[in-house]
Design a protein around this ligand. Sequence first.
Ligand SMILES: Cc1ncc(COP(=O)(O)O)c(C=O)c1O
Length: 365
Amino acid sequence: MSDQPAESIRLRPALESLPSYVAGKPAADDGRARYKASSNESPFPPVESVRQAAIAALQSAHRYPDASAAALRAALGAKHGVEPAQIALSTGSVAVTGDLVRALVGEGDEVVFAWRSFEAYPILVGSHGGVPVPVPLTARHEHDLPAMAAAITDRTRLVLLCTPNNPTGPALSTEQVEDFLARVPEHVVVAIDEAYREFHDPATVLGTAGIFRRHGNVVLLRTFSKLQALAGLRIGYAVAHPRLARALGQVTLPFGASIPAQAAALATLQGDVPQELERRAAWIRAERSRVTAALAGQGWSLPVSQGNFVYLPLGAESAAFAEFAEARGLVLRPYGADGVRATLAEQEANDLLIEIAGAWRQPRA
Ligand SMILES: Cc1ncc(COP(=O)(O)O)c(C=O)c1O
């Protein structure tokens, strides 16, 4: 087969400058014990009743899913105190973020977000013809909200706030977000991506519900991939004001949320599953405190994480540290010359992280 016709296909020039999404490395199966702490996944499998719901749903896999996802949207509407029509679903919150870009951002329009943050943001914006406007984090690895507000121009259509921030960990407070929103024009949509919300210290977690009620331009992004342990089923959603939710429904992939994904997501909201998930979140928080304290004892200075991960700001040594860890059985996620993210995973993996971080600080030949 000649590849000449393929050579003449006119790809959009924007693709040339698009960064590639780097997925967390799998724990290679070469016979050695290895832990995967590179994708912020749950170390626990889905709760049993959730797994059973997904399996039972396969019985109907010859049918298309309920495109309106009526049962799940009703349950999510009740959870968030909004109308089901204000819930927009897709194949993960990354897809819903893409839907937001498609619904709001025309060629040359700008999207402001912190950087470093979730690496899908510049890809989603750039691939739809938008202009990514990354605003550097502060020296404490937090969103620089005054700089983000100052980066808003006439072309800005969307601002993405990631709290807790992936990969660095710090979260925004209600007061910070309210102050920021007071500086954002009402026609600019502000998405609050809370993929890691459940891992936040509950005493100080962002008052998102009140913020949503007070600001018509705020949209909430949530996922079932982290605490709910459904990353492989791909389902997430937005809570939006009805006009925006309708627009998300217009641009989203038809039938994106599959039958088992809808059934499993619904099951996470039922019976005693929410209590079981909260116990898991509390366990992760306790592990975060334990790991953070141990690393501080070794002399590490880490940003305060409210996620299911910690971030080691190693700068130019990031790649070397990730290799050092991998050689000792722990697969982490390096970010260029910025830092390395370690997911809080099984207890043994977290113990290994402490051991490796300590060994790294010993003088090496
Ligand atoms: C901040 C943030 N938002 C969204 C997502 C994507 O979640 P989903 O699996 O629902 O697409 C992730 C996944 O890592 C994330 O870190």
